[in-house]
Structure formats: C-alpha cells, structure tokens
Design a protein around this ligand. Sequence first.
Ligand SMILES: Nc1nc2c(ncn2[C@@H]2O[C@H](COP(=O)(O)OP(=O)(O)OP(=O)(O)O)[C@@H](O)[C@H]2O)c(=O)[nH]1
Ligand SMILES: [Mg+2]
Length: 394
Amino acid sequence: MLIGIVGKPSTGKSSLFNALTHGHAAVASYPFTTIDPNKGVAFVRAKCACRDLGVSCKPRVGSCNAGTRLIPINVVDVAGLVEGAHEGRGKGNQFLNDLVAADALVCVADAAGATDDGGNVASPGSHDASRDVEMIEKEIDYWILGILQRNLAKAKGRGFEEFATLLSGIRVTRDLLKHCASEVGFSENIAEWKTESQLLELARALRRKTKPIVIAANKIDLSSAEEGVEKLKLAFEDRDVVPIAADAELALQRAREKGWITYDSAVERPEIKVVAGDLDGRITAALHSIDEHVLRKWGGTGVQKLLETVVFKTLGYVVVFPVEDEKHFADHFGNALPDAVLLPKGSTPLQLAEAIHSDLAKHMLYAVNARTKMRLAHDHALENGDVVKIVSTK
Ligand SMILES: Nc1nc2c(ncn2[C@@H]2O[C@H](COP(=O)(O)OP(=O)(O)OP(=O)(O)O)[C@@H](O)[C@H]2O)c(=O)[nH]1
Ligand SMILES: [Mg+2]
C-alpha cells in the first residue's frame, strides 16, 4: 500500500511526512524545500486477531502491542504543485510519476490560509485553501491526461486491450477503463479518442477511482484555521477532510524522544504530561500552547487519524491474517499470525493469495476460514479480522 502526499508548496507536506514516518525530511517556510521525493514507512493500527484466538502473535513486519497491530504503509512526499504545473510552472508535474503506484493521495492544505499561491508566507486567513485543493486536483488530472496521451500514441494501431494494459501502472484495470470511457462517451475504438476535453474528462474519472484524495486541513494551531477547516468541509462535502497540526505532532514526538513529556497519539483526546523537571521556559510555553490550541481545542493533532481515515474509511480496506497452519493460526515455523494483509473490502480468497504471492494464487485450490475450519466459497468476500489458510498444490 502506497500513499502519496501532494499539495501546494509550503502547506506542510514534509512536516506531515516526518510526523507519519518519524522521518527527517527538510522542512522550511520557503517554497520548493522538497525537490526529490521523500520515501518512508508509516503504521496504521488495527485490532489483531491474537486476543480472540488466545495466541501470542509474532509479526514478521510491524508489531503488536496489547492486541493492537501496527501495519506498515509506504508514504511518499513530493515537491509542491502550483497552478500551471502541467505547462512547466514551478517544478512542473513530472515528479508526480513517483505517485503512479499510489493507492490514495493526501492533499495537504493550509487551512489557516497563511500561504500564497506560490507557497510564500502570507497573513493568516488571506488565502482560501479550497481553491488550492481544486488547483491540485486539476493539475493531477492534467498529469493523468499526459499519461493517457503518451500511451495512446504508443498504442497506435493496436486495440483497446493493449491500451488498457499500458495503463496498469497507474492502477487502471481494463474494466475500469471501459466503464470510465463509456461514461465520457468514448467507444472502444481508441483511434477515435481524440477530443482533448473528453480525454480530460476521462482522466478526471480515472483519477477519482484510482487516486482517491483525502484532504489534510493543516496548521489548525493557527487561529484562522477554524474558519478554513469549515470552508474546506463545506466545499468538499463528499470528501474526507481531516484537521491536522503536523508541526505540533512533530514537536510532541521530539519532546517525547528527549524524555521531556509523556504523550500517546493513539488514544482518544491525548494529553501531555511534563516529566522533565528542569525544562527551559520557552519549551514549556511551546508545549502549553500546543496543549491549549491543538490537543484541547481539536482533540489531538489528527495525524494518526488522517492515516487511518485514508486506509479504513476512504479506501475501505480490511485486515486479513493469512496462515499456513490453521490449527495453530501460524506459519510453518510455528509463528502465530505472522502477517496482517490490507485488502480492499469485498476481496476474495484468490485476491488474498495474489497479495501474498503470484505463485500461491496460480496454484491455489481453495481457502479455509481458520476460525471455523470451514471452506470458503471462491467468491466469498473476506471480512475484517478473517484468519485464512490458502490451500494450494505447492
Ligand atoms: N503553524 C504551523 N506551521 C506548520 C505546520 N506544519 C508545517 N508548518 C510550517 O509550514 C512550513 C512549510 O512546511 P514544509 O513541511 O516544509 O512544507 P512542504 O509542503 O513540504 O513545502 P515544500 O516542500 O516547499 O512544498 C514550515 O515553516 C513548517 O514549519 C502546522 O501544523 N502548523
Ligand atoms: Mg516539502
């Protein structure tokens, strides 16, 4: 699973990246601080099956803490996009190619409206973040349009099927392409796909399906953000808008690492407890400000909630635990619940097998629900928390 972080320059993309991945990407108040992409790993929390099953699990990746499993998610933070990026403005849009495999995007907006169109510091409330989100979506549509046009040229003289295969890199399947093409009025004869406005419509339809966008309304510690968050929620009623304070989350993580405070972002309404006796007055004041303007006012920094909103709400993924030994819920070494796999809701046992290894899928015979020991139908929709054994000829 890969999540891409996009947005106008200086909205706080790298700050969010650092907060999610405990990373050290460069952060600064001037535009285009990030040029080369930052790549890292974040973790979503999910209920582990170990408690229900009464086993002590041994995750191969991630970890499990008192029945809460941490599952890794890849995150990429890229350069900022400005209006006209598809025509080469700012850093252009070619760097978006690092996001071709992304399952979803997080669009970071400065909800406090304190960043101008070019990413320079502006007075709070002077910019409308919803316009920025519209601009980002438009630039992503043009990027996809470019991919469609390049691949149409490559597929020249060949058919729809070949063209669809060329688009698999951006997670477009044949069926999805067919569906979206007919939505915009294209026939299956790709030689007739010439109208740019229709192609752009197609790009937009494909973007909505393959790159769902969650809006991270950042900088909620600033007073003008309250209005900005409301505006974003109103403008994007059909979207998930999560208020966040990336900077504050980073500051709390670092204060905790230094042993100054205790802080657990995983709980509802987290609190800060100062444990160091001799903190500098400026640090105490900064912590107090975060406590008052972020934790008490908004119920948390929103950073972990954002990640889990993307994975479990927007994408609607479920967690499935594949095992080889259904009696002990373990792999063949006896490690209980070694893997926790994220899959789209409605996935079948074959899709689980494909997610584990293409060979397993190729040689799969059937699947068993390890909890009930009953065989699963081929079209069974896997549910959150299922523990499944795939039986194959190999
Ligand atoms: N007040 C406030 N400032 C923030 C927050 N998050 C980030 N910032 C500040 O916003 C500025 C830009 O942050 P970056 O993380 O570098 O932004 P970016 O979107 O990666 O910027 P580019 O890489 O230049 O596109 C920095 O001065 C950050 O300290 C926040 O939650 N609140
Ligand atoms: Mg950056």
